[in-house]
Design a protein around this ligand. Structure first.
Ligand code: HEM
Length: 424
């Protein structure tokens, strides 16, 4: 018994409905080939960011860990100092720049959404489910990522957990997709050449040969844009997105036009010339808590409590280090303070041990973080008391904050009140 009519109902399910002369397997193949390296780069830097949190230390993990998908975990290095800034800059900037290419790729295959009959065989049904995961996954990953880069969380789930598991599902579906479409791609390039169709201007643009069930149009319209025109348009849109985004990581004159970077431009609301993600008020830090009664407790061998004056009386060191946020912005600042390794020595840090850093912060995530042995022992790792030659502002973590080279900004804990030796 047939559930659906053999012939498609009138409208988009009919092949003759789709008439763009530049749509076809070659067009989809070139868009897919251009897209692949960027998507792989965004995926790779995403997993590297996950590793940069050192989620296997203390309570650093945001994603509940059963370890099964943490294939790419390793001890995140402390150098080069700009490593995390580069990683997150690439993740967010390339992620945003690639959007026009994804949209063009989806435009190129849009008629397939209406293909008739919707399901031809069990194998076809399976492929369609994987496509649902691919297209839905792309939509989910990019929507959540873009909103997160705008510091906007209009949902009830944990962004990091959803974005992490979503990435595995999306990349799995992408792998299946590229594998199943590889023959189409090879044939398209073999028949038409990899770049040859880009030679034609609008007047010489001809449709790819029609094949039933394929993407080339049955009844092509006259061309209004060439294939290279379409790629140029996509490229120009991506370049435009680069201009309004990249300044948040690259800095320089581009910073002032980083319109898509809410915290990336200029001071970003921060009194000391670089962005503040969490203000003292939001974290529940009052002047009383950081006043004369403030103490830094070193918990370990001897156990001591230091006033801010005692901290300033210790040997001070100055380092130029970037602070780089998971949302993509970064800013290199001059930090002055006490070396973490000096404080760790006072607390009795031994081999195989790191420091748990505890903040005065009452509200919000990351009230504490655990630093690895290498992070603590790095010469550049500081408990910073000053930035840019002046005492930290309240919003930047007064009386004291962590700054460790190459680590995600959110782990550079502000308003530090305790350093505790822990096994790592
Ligand atoms: C965000 C990533 C991607 C999405 C959302 C996506 C989506 C799609 C969809 C929905 C189809 C139609 C499938 C069908 O119903 O038959 C398709 C076809 C295709 N895709 Fe992708 N794709 C992506 C990435 C890629 C990449 C990276 C490549 C190549 C390296 C690629 C190459 C192809 C090819 C060759 C076809 C077949 C075109 C034809 O049937 O003539 N795709 N894609």
């Amino acid at each position: 018994m047939r559930l659906l009519p053999a012939n498609p109902p009138p409208g988009p399910t009919e092949e003759s409905f789709w008439q763009s002369p530049i749509r076809g397997p070659w067009m989809t193949s070139i868009l897919g080939s251009l897209l692949l390296p960027f998507v792989v780069l965004v995926g790779f830097t995403g997993f590297m960011s996950h590793a940069a949190y050192n989620p296997d230390l203390g309570m650093n993990q945001v994603v509940p860990r059963d370890g099964d998908l943490d294939l790419l975990l390793f001890d995140w290095p402390t150098g080069p100092t700009w490593l995390y800034a580069l990683n997150q800059g690439l993740h967010t900037i390339v992620g945003i720049m690639v959007v026009p290419l994804i949209l063009a790729k989806l435009w190129s295959v849009f008629p397939k959404l209406f293909a008739w009959p919707p399901v031809k065989s069990p194998a076809h049904a399976l492929e369609r489910v994987s496509l649902l995961l691919l297209v839905g996954g792309a939509g989910f990953m990019w929507a959540t990522g873009l909103l997160n880069s705008q510091n906007y969380y209009p949902w009830n789930f944990n962004f990091v957990v959803a974005h992490y598991y979503g990435a595995w599902a999306f990349l799995g579906a992408l792998f299946v997709h590229v594998a199943t479409k590889f023959t189409t791609l090879r044939t398209a390039y073999a028949e038409r050449g990899v770049l040859k169709p880009l030679m034609d201007d609008v007047a010489h643009t001809e449709a790819e040969p029609y094949r039933k069930g394929g993407l080339a149009p049955e009844v092509p319209e006259a061309p209004t844009i060439s294939r290279r025109g379409l790629l140029g348009l996509v490229g120009a849109t991506s370049a435009g997105l680069f201009v309004v985004t990249a300044g948040q990581s690259i800095g320089g004159p581009l910073r002032s036009v980083a319109l898509l970077a809410p915290r990336g431009r200029g001071a970003g609301g921060g009194a000391q010339g670089f962005p503040v993600n969490k203000t003292a008020r939001l974290a529940g830090i009052t002047p009383a808590k950081v006043g004369p009664g403030y103490r830094l407790t070193l918990t370990g061998g001897s156990g001591q409590a230091l006033t801010r004056e005692q901290l300033t009386a210790m040997p001070q060191h100055t380092e130029e280090l970037p602070i780089a946020c998971v949302e993509g912005w970064s800013s290199t600042q001059t930090w002055t303070g006490v070396r973490l390794k000096d404080l760790a020595a006072m607390a009795g840090l031994g081999a195989g041990q790191g420091l748990q850093v505890i903040s005065l912060q009452e509200k919000g995530a990351f009230r504490q973080t655990t630093l690895s042995h290498d992070q603590v022992m790095n010469e550049k790792s500081l408990l910073a008391l000053q930035v840019g030659g002046e005492a930290l502002s309240m919003d930047h973590g007064f009386p004291a904050r962590i700054i460790v080279p190459a680590q995600p900004g959110v782990h550079n804990t502000k308003w530090v009140t305790e350093l505790k030796v822990v096994d790592v």
